[in-house]
Design a protein around this ligand. Structure first.
Ligand code: MF3
Ligand code: CO
Length: 248
């Protein structure tokens, strides 16, 4: 969707609030904390910023955040199990402020940090950054997707193809879908005041996934670890603005 210029300031406000919540939430990811505790914390912080947790009740989703550990890629439902040393934890959350959505995800590893998990997480963030760097008006979306794919391919990591990034704005999920693989100079052309969420999900294996019986939990089919980073971005008149700059 292409929005009006006046929307940028609203999307900035939604992004700023989500970034603030993420900074606080990240500090709380320590051994022994449970997913339910992190979920309650995130919900409290979102509401304290006059915002609404967008995931809660979305297609029946039961929580305000997704907490995906090790071989869970996305959509892990917060539970009462304590997080443990060495786990790779991906947290995804979104909020609505004044009717405008922001959506973001980050991966953290609880020490002691295994080298393979660190590399997976670092490459996934790198893939996101390369995607962001490709965004500007006039560029076609396939160019962005292919920039993400190249980082994963070069590192020999698997790309999850069954889920994508997306447009965002009044709704959390809008057109266009943004795959983490693609061919340069294909697909829709980016225009100023399009708002998009880019979210590479990479695995140590092939990238294939299965959905568990709870209807949500997305796990790698080969039980390899997965990492996930996501920003909400604005396409601006001369380039791109990351609206949720929760990592550098
Ligand atoms: N935030 C996810 C995304 O990045 C969607 C979460 S689905 C929900 O697109 F049900 F958990 F909200
Ligand atoms: Co998203």
């Amino acid at each position: 969707m292409v929005y009006d210029k006046t929307v940028l300031k609203h999307m900035r406000e939604a992004g700023k609030r989500l970034t603030k919540v993420i900074f606080e939430l990240r500090e709380a990811v320590v051994p022994g904390v449970t997913g339910l505790e992190l979920d309650a914390l995130a919900e409290k912080k979102i509401r304290a910023l006059d915002s609404v947790p967008s995931f809660l009740g979305y297609e029946g989703y039961p929580a305000s955040v997704c907490i995906s550990v090790d071989d869970v890629v996305i959509h892990g439902i917060p539970s009462k199990r304590p997080l443990l040393p060495g786990q790779l934890v991906s947290i995804d959350l979104g909020l609505i402020y004044d009717g405008w959505n922001s959506d973001a995800a980050f991966t953290v590893i609880i020490p002691p940090i295994e080298e393979n998990k660190k590399r997976l997480s670092d490459v996934t963030l790198e893939a996101l950054k390369h995607g962001v760097q490709a965004v500007r008006p006039g560029v076609r979306l396939g160019t962005v997707s292919s920039a993400i794919q190249k980082v994963a391919d070069d590192a020999g990591l698997g790309i999850v193809r069954d889920f994508t990034g997306h447009g965002i704005g009044r709704d959390m999920h809008e057109d266009p879908p943004i795959p983490n693989y693609g061919r340069p100079n294909t697909g829709p052309v980016l225009k100023p005041y399009m708002f998009i969420a880019i979210e590479p999900m990479l695995t140590e294996g092939s990238g294939c996934v299965v959905i568990e019986d709870d209807g949500w939990t997305v796990r790698t089919c080969d039980h390899t670890n997965a990492a996930h980073f996501e920003f909400t971005l604005a396409v601006t008149e001369d380039g791109v603005e990351v609206l949720t700059p929760h990592v550098q």
